[in-house]
Design a binder for this molecule. Structure first.
Ligand code: EPU
Length: 416
């Protein structure tokens, strides 16, 4: 199995291009199911989760072809309603096919995704919303079976802000009869990107990016050609890496507007950040200062940046408290960072991080994508050679991560 090997101590310097966003691409590729014809998506990142989505869509009957960063999905042929366990278990976001299948075909049978390393991650709010729109829903043999001769618009309140829940119901509502209002909806840039795509397909959606989204159902959507927005979490990971190593890094093709909470925290930590329309320049001359962080739904500090930020705090000049409010088990990286010499105590959903002068390299592994990324960051500043196992987690969500770090001067390589 592949490993990533990092020798610590290099200052990152140079330019890095940010890829298309995984979490925007996944629902947008799935939204092709709502049309009847050839959709074209540009700037799609080359990731395992994208390949899993392509396999799932092919299984459902779409014809998917990929050339470089462009993915073409033809949904003109017959589409079938079943997403089997073997495909869904590879990627939780597969549940996103539920809304589109029910609204287009009147029925769907989708495997329940199950828990994962960072938490139980139920889908009750996806199901509650579909039921409110008139779908009859049964859970049988590990599958969600949903059917509705015609979904009807409804007013839906989310008890908890859910990103894929909002996306699923937004996709169900675009072809429903009447008006759907989603309240306490997620406001992530990925929601806005999906809504933009759906509107270009002919959907009538207002308020995406706010907590109240109103969707007036239409009879049919047409295929679309669109470009995936830049990945704010990949960008954030390189911003933390630049700050961590006292580097001098320019991020190209990114969207600074999507990174407000992180930019603010990194400036408090001591980073100097210059923003222009689609680029960001990051340096640090001051010592790393400790700051407290609490994860929140967008526009708050992203849970997907918590592990990476913890590495920064682990070599900061004081003590910080990092509080995780989104997932119940997202401190998987803590025990590995402690093995590298970090001083971190976890109490409930908070971690107290006391900065140490230096981390020391160790063989490590993690069972979650962002936790794995944090171990690369730790390796960049640790004394010695860090070996990161289970690289497939990284391949799910970071495009050519070791090549991008190497181009910035990191001593990093992948081995078999
Ligand atoms: N939740 C429920 N019931 C539901 C849905 C969610 O209780 O029906 C809870 C979850 O258990 C969690 C909270 O609500 O405690 C928020 O979860 P959410 O549904 O927003 O997460 P998600 O949609 O499954 C997406 C991203 C995650 C990211 C989270 C939070 C995609 C494909 N995934 O997950 O990305 O961490 O939103 O921002 O968009 C990653 O990229 O590494 C990743 C995990």
């Amino acid at each position: 199995m592949d490993k990533i090997i990092v020798e610590g101590g290099r200052r990152l310097q140079g330019e890095v291009r940010i890829s298309g966003a995984k979490n925007a691409a996944l629902p947008i590729l799935v939204s092709s199911l709502l049309s009847d014809g050839v959709n074209v998506y540009h700037n799609v990142p080359d990731l395992m989760d994208i390949h899993s989505t392509a396999m799932l869509l092919s299984h459902l009957g779409a014809r998917v072809s990929t050339e470089a960063q462009t993915v073409q999905i033809d949904t003109g042929g017959p589409i079938q309603p079943e997403a089997p366990y073997d495909l869904v278990r590879k990627m939780r976001a597969s549940i996103l096919v539920l809304g589109p299948l029910v609204t287009r075909l009147g029925k769907a049978r989708v495997s329940l995704p199950g828990g994962c390393a960072i938490g139980a991650r139920p889908i009750n709010l996806h199901l509650k919303g579909l039921a409110a729109m008139g779908a009859s829903i049964e859970l049988k043999h590990g599958y969600v079976e949903a059917s509705a001769s015609c979904l009807k618009g409804a007013e839906i309140y989310f008890d908890i802000v859910t990103v894929t829940g909002t996306e699923n119901l937004m996709m169900a509502a675009v072809l429903a009869q009447g008006t759907t209002i989603l309240r306490n909806a997620a406001r992530e840039p990925e929601i806005v990107a999906l809504a933009d795509t759906l509107m270009r397909m002919g959907a009538d959606i207002r308020g995406a990016g706010t907590a109240v989204i109103t969707i007036n159902g239409v009879c049919a959507l047409k295929p679309v050609a669109t470009t995936i927005v830049p990945d704010r979490i990949e960008a954030g990971t390189f911003m933390v890496a630049a700050t961590l190593t006292g580097g001098d890094v320019t991020l190209m093709d990114c969207e600074p507007e999507h990174l407000g909470a992180l930019v603010d925290k990194l400036r408090q930590v001591g980073a100097e950040i210059n923003l222009s329309e689609h680029t960001m320049h990051i340096t640090r001359r001051a010592e790393i200062a400790s700051v407290d962080v609490k994860t929140q739904p967008y526009p708050g500090f992203p849970t997907d940046m918590q592990a990476q930020f913890m590495v920064l705090m682990s070599i900061a000049g004081g003590t910080s408290m990092i509080t995780e409010t989104i997932f119940e088990n997202r401190f998987i990286h803590v025990s590995e960072l402690r093995r590298m010499g970090a001083d971190i105590q976890v109490s409930g959903n908070s971690a107290i991080v006391r900065g140490v002068p230096r981390l020391s390299a160790a063989p490590v592994m993690a069972t979650d994508l962002r936790a794995s990324a944090s171990l690369i960051l730790a390796g960049l500043v640790a004394e010695g050679v860090t070996r990161i196992n289970r690289v497939y987690h990284l391949d799910r969500g970071y495009e050519a991560i070791e090549k991008k770090f190497a181009a910035l001067g990191a001593a990093i390589q992948r081995t078999g």
